[in-house]
Design a protein around this ligand. Structure first.
Ligand code: 13P
Length: 255
């Protein structure tokens, strides 16, 4: 299985989001072997998108979740509330949130909240340009994965989705190289196996400047189980082409 995840970030109004999702759905060929598609609009657009995707194979994800359950937490959105509007997934620990102060402990608590509510977390990790230049890439990934997932028990059949997003490749001119992606992904797999967590199924996605021109090559990589797409997910033709690349790879390899 390959995963294609669209992260709309904080870019669109509800009306613009609906138009985009309608366009993406229109381009889906239901006769194809489809990858697992997860759309993560802004909170305010979740109910509208839920209505649009209800009878389709597309899944709904949030971009963030509170680290606690329901309660007096102004401005937060609890995992149960995301489930209430139809979410099945949520991004956790995106680098844009970590840069705004989200800690490794926050990420860990958010994962526990998501799993307890029945959401599948998509956990984002990745190093900055400075960290890579200082040869800290493996140390950063190890720290982020370890603090996020040590002793976390995934319910049976809930996959552990990790998105490796090197910060320097987000919104950049080009994605990380196949060698850089493959090295990070195999480290992540190795770490997950050693953590003592209960995980049936591990999928490692790549994010950072994925678009229609490079998705096929990235998805073809053995170590890549999917892509997390920012900018190109806001363009119907780009995102539809990325989904088609997922279909092509799955069909070729009968994954
Ligand atoms: P871009 O695809 O715009 O580089 O963004 C990647 C990202 O941050 C997805 O979460």
């Amino acid at each position: 299985m390959k995963y294609i995840v669209g992260n709309y970030k904080m870019q669109l109004t509800t009306r613009e989001t609906s138009a985009l999702v309608k366009g993406v759905l229109h381009g889906l060929s239901l006769d194809d072997v489809l990858p697992e598609i997860i759309l993560c609009p802004t909170f305010t657009a979740l109910p509208d998108v839920q209505k649009l995707i209800k009878k389709t194979p597309v899944n709904l994800g949030a971009q963030n979740v509170a680290s606690t359950g329901l309660g007096a937490h102004t401005g937060e959105v609890a995992a149960a509330q995301l489930v209430d509007v139809g979410c099945t997934h949520t991004l956790i620990g995106h680098s844009e949130r970590r840069a705004a102060g989200e800690s490794g402990d926050d990420v860990h608590e958010k994962i526990l909240e998501a799993l307890a509510a029945g959401l599948t977390p998509i956990i984002c990790v990745g190093e900055t340009a400075t960290e890579r230049a200082a040869d800290q890439t493996n140390a950063v990934i190890t720290r982020q994965i370890t603090s996020a997932l040590t002793d976390v028990a995934f319910p049976r059949k809930t996959p552990c989705l990790i998105a490796y997003e090197p910060v320097w490749a987000i919104g950049a001119a080009s994605p990380a190289t196949a060698a850089q992606i493959s090295e990070a992904h195999s480290l992540i797999r190795h770490l997950l196996v050693g953590l003592g967590s209960v995980i049936d199924d591990i999928a490692v996605l790549y994010g950072g400047s994925v678009d229609a021109s490079n998705a096929l090559a990235i998805l073809r990589e053995q170590e890549v189980d999917g892509v997390l797409v920012g900018g190109a997910s806001l363009k119907i033709h780009e995102f539809s082409a990325i989904i088609k690349a997922g279909t092509a790879v799955m069909t070729a390899t009968h994954v």
